[in-house]
Design a protein. Sequence first.
Length: 82
Amino acid sequence: MQEIGGWDEWCITEDAEASLRILKAGYQSLYIRRTYGSGLIPFTFEGLKKQRFRWCFGGIQILKKHWLSLLPWSHWGSPIIA
């Protein structure tokens, strides 16, 4: 986390944004079949709508900042010029 500069508070979904910066720094992700934490789900439909809105809004924030690096050809490297 120190290498990527920690949490960026400008993004409402800072965990997803930090994950993207970690991957952009060259690290790889690994699935581990073990739970390390738990959370609460919204108890009402109104709460669920608010949660989903935050997730969508955060995704748009991430796209606005990182859209160039998310394009398929952004990982191809620079072309060789003869």
